[in-house]
Design a protein around this ligand. Structure first.
Ligand SMILES: [Zn+2]
Length: 395
């Protein structure tokens, strides 16, 4: 073919890449025992979101394990920012890796759910979500150092301590770091046992509905009472109707509280409603719908508060481009990547909403996040670690 000559340089480039990439995979394989040992240390240092001393113990451990290759800044709330010292001069721009130190598991879970290595997997509380992801990234950076692969951008890893409880105190830090970054790599687990990357996440939030009626004696003074529970029941039927399954918008009443005794017409009822919105325009739709709620019984009042607290991560052109890069790099490792969309949120929602290309689900491959069968596949440790190293050099 006449194009053979003109494609020769790019073939050379590819070969050069293959060579260095193979070396990343080789490094990860050679160091797999050490990666597993770090994951074990992380899992065996429990860190529930609601127990600051445990979070502190975990962040101290993480600091000890990266201090030889990074600068670590500690923030109020237990959040960490790790800046890696990597080969390459004149670094311009920044890449942000995003993780979290907290887990949903209460202190003492290890007694009934110890760290285990069996059936080709590692098991334990937080192993998938997301302690393995943190270990992968640390070893990916070690690979770049030991192999002396130059990196053109500054690389930081932010580790938030409150991701599982809504990221209220870390959100501003995350957004701050994202604003000066050209790409965000989220170390959350991939989807399913294939470890699909996540290129879209729904926005997540909740509304609180408070209905106030008029209390009265249910027998003596029934007609003068305005029943807040009955009013809420009617409201909730309307609210549940805001769901648009074909569009991916879901509205799910999850908590209801009201009344005092059965012989009292209740004066107050409160409900909490979960909302999920794939696109920003769905947020607008939901805001309109919730704002339109009016009492059926004019003697009652309906008060609405809340909204989305994590904006949707939409599959933008920037996200697609980032995914395509990852797909190509994974192919060089012999891995066929796939992408997925999820209804769950992560800190990647915040960075994507700022317009910074964000790729999520780059952490471990496994199953059972937040469940007793939480586990990761051992035979996917090396390629995930290598992919992170390759991404950092390619971006
Ligand atoms: Zn997570």
């Amino acid at each position: 073919m006449s194009g053979a000559d003109s494609t020769a340089p790019s073939r050379n480039d590819n070969c050069h890449n293959c060579h260095s990439m193979d070396s990343c995979l080789r490094y990860a394989r050679k160091n797999q025992k050490a990666i597993v040992a770090l994951i074990r240390e992380f899992v065996e240092c429990e860190s529930p979101s609601d127990h600051p001393p445990s979070i502190e113990r975990f962040t101290d451990l993480l600091f000890e394990r990266v201090r030889d290759i990074a600068n670590v800044k500690k923030f109020n709330g237990g959040h960490l920012r790790v800046e890696f010292d990597l080969p390459g001069n004149k670094k311009q721009g920044q890449i942000l890796a995003l993780g979290h130190s907290d887990t949903v598991w209460t202190l003492g879970t290890l007694r009934t759910m110890p760290f285990l290595e069996k059936k080709g997997r590692l098991w334990g509380p937080g192993v998938l979500d997301m302690k393995a992801g943190l270990a992968f990234f640390i070893f990916a950076m070690r690979a770049l150092r030991e192999l002396d692969i130059a990196v053109s951008k500054k690389v930081i890893m932010q580790v938030n301590a409150d991701e599982e409880v809504g990221s209220d105190s870390s959100r501003a830090l995350t957004e701050d770091a994202a604003r000066s970054s050209s790409a965000v790599l989220v170390l959350e687990p991939g989807t399913g046992l294939e470890g699909k990357l996540k290129t879209a996440r729904k926005g997540v939030g909740d509304y609180t509905i408070t209905v106030r009626g008029v209390a009265s004696h249910a027998g003596v003074d029934f007609a003068n009472g305005a029943n807040a529970i009955v009013e809420m029941a009617r409201q909730l039927e309307r609210i549940a109707g805001f769901t648009r399954l074909d569009e991916g918008v879901t509205v799910s009443p999850g908590v209801i509280q009201g009344g005092t005794r059965s012989n009292v017409v209740p004066a107050e009822c409160r409900a909490e409603v979960d909302i999920r919105a794939p696109r920003d325009r769905d947020r607008v739709y939901l805001e309109k719908k919730f704002a339109s709620l009016k009492p059926f019984d004019k003697r009652c009042t309906v008060e609405i508060s809340g909204g989305l607290n994590r904006p949707p991560m939409e599959r933008s052109a920037g996200v697609r481009k980032l995914y395509k890069t990852a797909e190509k790099l994974a192919a060089e490792l012999g891995v066929t990547l796939a992408e997925s969309a999820t209804g769950g949120g992560s800190d990647g929602n915040f960075t994507a909403a700022l317009g910074v290309p964000t790729l999520d689900g780059l952490g471990a491959v496994g199953e059972g996040a937040h469940a007793p069968n939480e586990s990761i596949l051992i035979n996917r440790i090396a390629d995930r670690t290598a992919l992170l190293a390759k991404l950092v050099t390619a971006l």
